[in-house]
Design a protein around this ligand. Structure first.
Ligand code: GLU
Length: 304
Protein backbone atom coordinates (compact mmCIF):
# COMPACT_ATOMS: atom_id res chain seq x y z
CA UNK A 1 0.00 0.00 0.00
CA UNK A 2 1.43 3.34 -1.08
CA UNK A 3 0.21 5.55 1.77
CA UNK A 4 1.56 8.77 0.24
CA UNK A 5 -0.39 8.13 -2.94
CA UNK A 6 -3.55 7.41 -0.96
CA UNK A 7 -3.17 10.60 1.08
CA UNK A 8 -2.60 12.68 -2.07
CA UNK A 9 -5.70 11.20 -3.68
CA UNK A 10 -7.95 11.62 -0.64
CA UNK A 11 -6.65 15.15 0.04
CA UNK A 12 -7.50 16.16 -3.53
CA UNK A 13 -10.99 14.66 -3.28
CA UNK A 14 -11.85 16.21 0.06
CA UNK A 15 -10.30 19.55 -0.86
CA UNK A 16 -12.68 19.80 -3.78
CA UNK A 17 -15.90 19.16 -1.81
CA UNK A 18 -18.09 22.12 -0.97
CA UNK A 19 -17.24 23.74 2.37
CA UNK A 20 -19.82 22.99 5.05
CA UNK A 21 -20.00 23.73 8.74
CA UNK A 22 -19.07 26.71 10.87
CA UNK A 23 -16.13 28.07 12.84
CA UNK A 24 -16.21 27.67 16.64
CA UNK A 25 -17.03 31.35 16.97
CA UNK A 26 -18.36 30.96 20.53
CA UNK A 27 -14.68 31.50 21.40
CA UNK A 28 -14.29 34.99 19.87
CA UNK A 29 -10.65 34.49 18.86
CA UNK A 30 -11.47 31.33 16.89
CA UNK A 31 -13.84 33.34 14.67
CA UNK A 32 -10.74 35.01 13.18
CA UNK A 33 -9.27 31.78 11.78
CA UNK A 34 -9.20 31.39 8.00
CA UNK A 35 -11.95 28.84 7.35
CA UNK A 36 -10.27 27.58 4.18
CA UNK A 37 -7.22 26.09 5.91
CA UNK A 38 -6.76 22.38 5.32
CA UNK A 39 -3.76 20.30 6.29
CA UNK A 40 -2.85 16.69 6.98
CA UNK A 41 0.24 14.92 8.28
CA UNK A 42 1.00 11.26 8.95
CA UNK A 43 3.85 9.75 11.01
CA UNK A 44 4.31 6.00 10.83
CA UNK A 45 6.18 3.58 13.07
CA UNK A 46 8.20 2.58 10.03
CA UNK A 47 9.60 6.13 9.89
CA UNK A 48 7.51 7.75 7.18
CA UNK A 49 6.54 11.39 7.66
CA UNK A 50 4.36 13.02 5.07
CA UNK A 51 2.15 16.09 4.97
CA UNK A 52 0.01 18.08 2.56
CA UNK A 53 -1.69 21.49 2.58
CA UNK A 54 -1.33 23.66 5.70
CA UNK A 55 0.31 20.88 7.71
CA UNK A 56 3.10 23.08 9.11
CA UNK A 57 0.81 25.81 10.36
CA UNK A 58 -0.03 25.97 14.06
CA UNK A 59 -3.66 26.07 15.16
CA UNK A 60 -5.57 25.93 18.44
CA UNK A 61 -5.76 22.25 19.40
CA UNK A 62 -8.46 22.86 22.05
CA UNK A 63 -9.82 19.52 23.34
CA UNK A 64 -7.06 17.46 21.73
CA UNK A 65 -4.95 18.68 24.65
CA UNK A 66 -7.27 16.78 27.01
CA UNK A 67 -5.58 13.54 25.91
CA UNK A 68 -2.20 14.99 26.84
CA UNK A 69 -3.26 16.27 30.25
CA UNK A 70 -4.84 12.85 30.90
CA UNK A 71 -1.61 11.05 29.90
CA UNK A 72 0.39 13.25 32.25
CA UNK A 73 -2.02 12.55 35.14
CA UNK A 74 -2.07 8.82 34.31
CA UNK A 75 1.74 8.72 34.40
CA UNK A 76 1.57 9.70 38.06
CA UNK A 77 -1.61 7.97 39.22
CA UNK A 78 -3.10 4.57 38.54
CA UNK A 79 -6.52 3.11 39.26
CA UNK A 80 -7.40 5.88 41.73
CA UNK A 81 -7.78 8.23 38.75
CA UNK A 82 -10.98 6.42 37.82
CA UNK A 83 -12.54 7.20 41.20
CA UNK A 84 -12.55 10.86 40.16
CA UNK A 85 -13.64 10.49 36.51
CA UNK A 86 -15.52 7.76 34.62
CA UNK A 87 -14.78 5.90 31.40
CA UNK A 88 -18.20 5.94 29.70
CA UNK A 89 -19.30 7.96 26.66
CA UNK A 90 -21.56 10.72 27.93
CA UNK A 91 -24.19 10.83 25.19
CA UNK A 92 -24.58 14.52 25.98
CA UNK A 93 -22.85 17.68 24.75
CA UNK A 94 -19.21 18.21 25.76
CA UNK A 95 -20.14 21.11 28.03
CA UNK A 96 -23.31 19.63 29.52
CA UNK A 97 -24.18 20.20 33.18
CA UNK A 98 -27.17 17.91 33.54
CA UNK A 99 -25.46 14.53 34.06
CA UNK A 100 -23.24 15.89 36.81
CA UNK A 101 -26.17 16.34 39.15
CA UNK A 102 -27.20 12.69 38.85
CA UNK A 103 -23.60 11.45 38.89
CA UNK A 104 -22.79 13.54 41.99
CA UNK A 105 -19.90 15.45 40.44
CA UNK A 106 -18.09 12.47 38.86
CA UNK A 107 -17.82 13.33 35.14
CA UNK A 108 -18.60 10.50 32.72
CA UNK A 109 -15.18 10.63 31.03
CA UNK A 110 -11.97 12.71 30.92
CA UNK A 111 -12.69 14.25 27.50
CA UNK A 112 -15.89 16.12 28.24
CA UNK A 113 -15.19 19.53 29.77
CA UNK A 114 -16.24 18.39 33.25
CA UNK A 115 -13.78 15.47 33.10
CA UNK A 116 -10.96 17.63 31.76
CA UNK A 117 -11.53 20.10 34.61
CA UNK A 118 -11.11 17.26 37.14
CA UNK A 119 -7.91 16.14 35.37
CA UNK A 120 -6.65 19.75 35.46
CA UNK A 121 -7.38 19.78 39.19
CA UNK A 122 -5.42 16.52 39.65
CA UNK A 123 -2.42 18.02 37.82
CA UNK A 124 -2.60 21.14 40.00
CA UNK A 125 -2.49 18.94 43.12
CA UNK A 126 0.36 16.72 41.93
CA UNK A 127 2.79 18.97 40.02
CA UNK A 128 5.03 21.74 41.28
CA UNK A 129 4.32 23.96 38.26
CA UNK A 130 1.58 22.33 36.18
CA UNK A 131 1.60 24.93 33.41
CA UNK A 132 5.34 24.57 32.90
CA UNK A 133 5.34 20.79 33.43
CA UNK A 134 2.59 20.17 30.86
CA UNK A 135 4.47 22.27 28.33
CA UNK A 136 7.72 20.41 29.01
CA UNK A 137 5.86 17.11 28.53
CA UNK A 138 4.39 18.25 25.19
CA UNK A 139 7.62 19.81 23.94
CA UNK A 140 9.50 16.61 24.76
CA UNK A 141 6.99 14.43 22.93
CA UNK A 142 6.71 16.61 19.82
CA UNK A 143 10.42 17.37 19.64
CA UNK A 144 9.40 20.99 19.05
CA UNK A 145 10.67 23.44 21.68
CA UNK A 146 8.56 26.27 20.22
CA UNK A 147 5.24 24.75 21.33
CA UNK A 148 3.38 27.16 23.57
CA UNK A 149 0.11 28.33 25.06
CA UNK A 150 -1.71 31.19 23.35
CA UNK A 151 -2.55 33.83 25.92
CA UNK A 152 -4.76 35.50 23.31
CA UNK A 153 -6.94 32.40 22.89
CA UNK A 154 -6.94 31.56 26.60
CA UNK A 155 -8.13 35.03 27.59
CA UNK A 156 -10.63 35.08 24.73
CA UNK A 157 -12.15 31.83 26.04
CA UNK A 158 -12.01 33.05 29.63
CA UNK A 159 -13.99 36.15 28.65
CA UNK A 160 -16.99 33.97 27.68
CA UNK A 161 -16.26 30.88 29.78
CA UNK A 162 -19.43 31.02 31.88
CA UNK A 163 -20.41 27.39 31.29
CA UNK A 164 -16.99 26.09 32.25
CA UNK A 165 -17.09 28.30 35.36
CA UNK A 166 -20.47 26.78 36.21
CA UNK A 167 -19.17 23.23 35.60
CA UNK A 168 -16.13 23.74 37.79
CA UNK A 169 -18.10 25.25 40.66
CA UNK A 170 -20.74 22.54 40.40
CA UNK A 171 -18.11 19.77 40.62
CA UNK A 172 -16.46 21.62 43.51
CA UNK A 173 -19.70 21.52 45.49
CA UNK A 174 -19.60 17.71 45.27
CA UNK A 175 -15.98 17.74 46.51
CA UNK A 176 -14.43 16.46 43.28
CA UNK A 177 -12.40 19.65 42.68
CA UNK A 178 -9.78 20.08 45.40
CA UNK A 179 -8.14 23.37 44.36
CA UNK A 180 -9.69 26.78 43.98
CA UNK A 181 -12.05 26.77 40.93
CA UNK A 182 -10.43 29.92 39.58
CA UNK A 183 -7.00 28.27 39.51
CA UNK A 184 -8.41 25.13 37.87
CA UNK A 185 -10.23 27.19 35.24
CA UNK A 186 -7.17 29.29 34.40
CA UNK A 187 -5.14 26.13 33.87
CA UNK A 188 -7.98 24.56 31.84
CA UNK A 189 -8.24 27.61 29.53
CA UNK A 190 -4.46 27.57 29.13
CA UNK A 191 -4.30 23.92 28.20
CA UNK A 192 -7.08 24.35 25.62
CA UNK A 193 -5.13 27.24 24.07
CA UNK A 194 -2.05 25.20 23.09
CA UNK A 195 -1.11 25.64 19.44
CA UNK A 196 0.39 22.84 17.35
CA UNK A 197 0.63 21.98 13.68
CA UNK A 198 -0.55 18.70 12.10
CA UNK A 199 3.13 17.81 11.79
CA UNK A 200 3.71 18.37 15.53
CA UNK A 201 0.55 16.46 16.43
CA UNK A 202 1.24 13.29 14.48
CA UNK A 203 4.84 13.16 15.76
CA UNK A 204 3.67 13.77 19.31
CA UNK A 205 0.90 11.17 19.36
CA UNK A 206 2.94 8.43 17.73
CA UNK A 207 3.85 6.98 21.16
CA UNK A 208 0.21 5.93 21.54
CA UNK A 209 0.62 3.80 18.40
CA UNK A 210 3.80 2.33 19.86
CA UNK A 211 2.67 0.80 23.17
CA UNK A 212 3.43 4.04 24.99
CA UNK A 213 7.04 4.35 23.85
CA UNK A 214 8.56 7.22 21.83
CA UNK A 215 10.24 6.37 18.54
CA UNK A 216 13.03 8.88 18.99
CA UNK A 217 14.77 8.10 22.25
CA UNK A 218 12.81 4.89 22.92
CA UNK A 219 11.38 6.41 26.08
CA UNK A 220 8.45 4.68 27.84
CA UNK A 221 5.96 7.52 28.39
CA UNK A 222 3.09 5.30 29.51
CA UNK A 223 2.95 1.60 30.35
CA UNK A 224 1.46 -0.53 27.53
CA UNK A 225 -1.57 -1.35 29.74
CA UNK A 226 -2.22 2.36 30.31
CA UNK A 227 -1.65 3.19 26.63
CA UNK A 228 -4.28 0.62 25.67
CA UNK A 229 -6.75 2.35 28.00
CA UNK A 230 -6.05 5.83 26.61
CA UNK A 231 -6.68 4.49 23.12
CA UNK A 232 -9.86 2.76 24.32
CA UNK A 233 -11.10 6.06 25.76
CA UNK A 234 -10.31 7.90 22.53
CA UNK A 235 -12.21 5.24 20.62
CA UNK A 236 -15.32 5.46 22.77
CA UNK A 237 -15.33 9.12 23.89
CA UNK A 238 -13.03 11.09 21.55
CA UNK A 239 -15.60 12.75 19.28
CA UNK A 240 -18.22 14.28 21.54
CA UNK A 241 -21.62 12.97 20.68
CA UNK A 242 -20.32 11.59 17.39
CA UNK A 243 -17.91 8.99 18.81
CA UNK A 244 -20.02 6.06 17.58
CA UNK A 245 -20.18 7.59 14.11
CA UNK A 246 -16.40 8.06 14.03
CA UNK A 247 -15.82 4.42 15.09
CA UNK A 248 -18.37 3.32 12.49
CA UNK A 249 -17.04 5.36 9.58
CA UNK A 250 -13.34 5.76 10.36
CA UNK A 251 -12.51 2.96 12.80
CA UNK A 252 -9.61 4.51 14.71
CA UNK A 253 -9.12 5.84 18.23
CA UNK A 254 -8.83 9.61 18.04
CA UNK A 255 -9.66 13.00 19.48
CA UNK A 256 -11.07 16.14 17.97
CA UNK A 257 -11.06 19.75 19.14
CA UNK A 258 -13.25 22.73 18.29
CA UNK A 259 -10.25 24.37 16.61
CA UNK A 260 -10.96 21.91 13.76
CA UNK A 261 -8.11 19.51 14.47
CA UNK A 262 -8.36 15.72 14.68
CA UNK A 263 -5.68 13.25 15.75
CA UNK A 264 -6.24 9.57 15.03
CA UNK A 265 -4.09 6.59 15.99
CA UNK A 266 -3.65 3.17 14.43
CA UNK A 267 -1.95 1.12 17.19
CA UNK A 268 1.07 -0.62 15.70
CA UNK A 269 1.02 1.53 12.55
CA UNK A 270 0.66 5.31 12.54
CA UNK A 271 -0.67 8.59 13.91
CA UNK A 272 -2.41 10.99 11.53
CA UNK A 273 -3.48 14.59 12.12
CA UNK A 274 -5.97 16.61 10.05
CA UNK A 275 -6.95 20.25 10.38
CA UNK A 276 -9.85 22.07 8.78
CA UNK A 277 -11.54 24.66 11.02
CA UNK A 278 -15.15 24.42 9.86
CA UNK A 279 -17.11 22.17 12.21
CA UNK A 280 -20.15 19.98 11.60
CA UNK A 281 -23.24 20.15 13.79
CA UNK A 282 -21.62 17.85 16.38
CA UNK A 283 -18.55 20.09 16.73
CA UNK A 284 -16.10 17.95 14.73
CA UNK A 285 -14.13 19.14 11.70
CA UNK A 286 -16.34 18.59 8.67
CA UNK A 287 -13.52 17.97 6.22
CA UNK A 288 -11.36 16.22 8.81
CA UNK A 289 -14.03 13.57 9.34
CA UNK A 290 -14.50 13.15 5.58
CA UNK A 291 -10.75 12.88 5.03
CA UNK A 292 -10.25 10.17 7.64
CA UNK A 293 -13.28 8.20 6.50
CA UNK A 294 -12.02 8.05 2.93
CA UNK A 295 -8.43 7.47 4.05
CA UNK A 296 -9.19 4.37 6.14
CA UNK A 297 -11.57 3.09 3.45
CA UNK A 298 -9.00 3.32 0.63
CA UNK A 299 -5.98 2.27 2.68
CA UNK A 300 -7.97 -0.46 4.51
CA UNK A 301 -6.00 0.58 7.57
CA UNK A 302 -8.57 0.88 10.32
CA UNK A 303 -8.43 -1.19 13.50
CA UNK A 304 -11.58 -3.16 12.63
N1 GLU B 1 -11.97 25.07 25.30
C1 GLU B 1 -13.13 24.50 24.72
C2 GLU B 1 -14.33 24.61 25.65
O1 GLU B 1 -14.20 24.40 26.82
C3 GLU B 1 -12.82 23.07 24.36
C4 GLU B 1 -13.88 22.52 23.52
C5 GLU B 1 -13.42 21.42 22.63
O2 GLU B 1 -12.46 21.52 21.86
O3 GLU B 1 -14.10 20.39 22.74
O4 GLU B 1 -15.40 24.92 25.24
Amino acid sequence: MDLKKTIIEVFKDVNSIKEEGALASYIPELANVNAKKFGVHISTLSGMNFGLGNFEEKFSIQSISKVLSLCLAYQMLSGELWNRVGVEPSGTAFNSLTQLEKDRGIPRNPFINAGALVIADILLSNLADPKRDLLTFIRGLSGNQDVNYSSKIASSEKSIGYRNVALCNFIKCFGNIKNEPEEVLDFYFDLCSIELSCQDLSALFLFLANNGKTIQGNKQILLPSKTKRINALMQTCGFYDESGEFAFKVGLPGKSGVGGGIIAIHPGQYAIAVWSPQLNAKGNSYKGMKFLEEFTTLSQLSIF
